[in-house]
Design a protein around this ligand. Structure first.
Ligand code: TYM
Length: 330
């Protein structure tokens, strides 16, 4: 069976609609046909200043959310990155293969470091994409389901795997990004030119948010002055986003939803969005709450996932150490 790996950062109290439609929904679906590995990437979270207790809580809460979306710990290996030391070990080897200029071209680093105050951004934030490459390569993943914003990191991962293979002999599978076009970039409800992101909370639909607040955000979603629904992402990005969201949340095609709402006003489309999102979010919140209530069981599942991940990761890192000429203790 081909392998899949993906990861998500535990950096908010709730995942948002962009995470779900861009990535997590595909993770759930891919469990059927792939051998799947999914990680809460807490080592990535500390690349910006993070409160320890908040991180601990969010890691657990993030893990519960993955289960609540339908990831099945029997089918998938679901683990917390910091419990698998091989990630940091392979990241170091890969950093030594990455050019400084190459890393400097990563656009997410440029955006995030600007937000962190430029020069005071951490070196960890700079090498973050290399750690991400290590996450993927450790598991010999064939496919990596992500949103559009991760495409450049996937290109770097491919380059690094090929470079390693060229220098030390065939070692890594060269992974491919798996990006579902329609939902690859869910946009911000307040600014349809930006992607939906936890760093812009006003236009971000957090799925564990209070239902009333969510409804308000949907109803106040910024549209345009055309006045009629059309699927036209260039001229009507907000409205087109709502069409995509309604389609994805109800397992319909965008064309089908556009047929239903096209030519009409914006009110009914927003209502339809609320009608598909709110019941889903309510169910989701209930499942998360139940999972969080049994902390011992959740911790047991997390530890079990980590054990399985370590077994797979150790095979790769032992091979890498050997090829590079490093000694590994047995
Ligand atoms: P993160 O935690 O920012 O986001 C998790 C996933 O959600 C997707 N996503 C979106 N998709 C569509 N529309 C949006 N508005 C939107 N916002 C977020 C992201 O593309 C991502 O797939 N660097 C990664 C985490 C990571 C990782 C990995 C991913 C670490 N190691 C290995 C894949 C493989 C990140 O920060 O994602």
């Amino acid at each position: 069976m081909p392998r899949v790996l993906s990861g998500i950062q535990p950096t908010a109290d709730s995942f948002h609609l962009g995470n779900y439609l861009g990535a997590l929904r595909n993770w759930v679906a891919m469990q059927q046909e792939y051998q799947t590995f999914f990680s809460i990437v807490d080592l990535h979270a500390i690349t910006v200043p993070t409160d320890p207790d908040e991180l601990r809580n969010r890691t657990r809460l993030s893990y519960a959310q993955l289960l609540a979306f339908g990831l099945d710990p029997e089918r998938s290996c679901i683990f917390v990155q910091s419990q698998v030391p091989q990630h940091a070990e392979l990241a170091w080897v890969m950093q030594c293969l990455t050019g400084f200029g190459e890393a400097s071209r990563m656009t997410q680093f440029k955006d995030k470091s600007a937000r962190e105050g430029g020069e005071s951004a951490s070196v960890g934030l700079f090498t973050y994409p290399v750690l991400q490459a290590a996450d993927i390569l450790l598991y010999q993943a064939d496919r990596v389901p992500v949103g559009e914003d991760q495409r450049q990191h996937l290109e770097l991962t491919r380059d690094l795997s090929q470079r390693f293979n060229g220098r030390y002999g065939n070692t890594f599978v060269v992974p491919e990004a798996y990006i579902v076009k329609d939902t690859a970039r869910v946009v911000d409800l307040q600014n349809p030119l930006a992607k939906m992101s936890k760093s812009l909370p006003a236009g971000c639909l957090f799925l564990l948010d209070d239902p009333k607040a969510m409804e308000k955000k949907i109803k106040r979603a910024v549209t345009d002055s055309v006045g009629e629904v059309h699927f036209d992402p260039v001229n009507q990005p907000g409205v087109s986003n709502l069409l995509v969201v309604v389609a994805a949340m109800s397992d319909r095609s965008v064309a089908d939803v556009t047929d239903e709402f096209g030519g009409g006003g914006y009110g009914p489309l927003k209502q339809a969005a609320a009608d598909v999102i709110l019941p889903f979010a309510r169910d989701f919140a209930d499942r998360v709450e139940a999972l969080m209530a049994d902390r011992a069981e959740l911790d047991r599942i997390m530890d079990d996932g980590a054990r399985r991940a370590r077994n797979v990761a150790e095979v790769t890192i032992a091979d890498v150490y050997d090829k590079v000429g490093l000694r590994r203790s047995k």
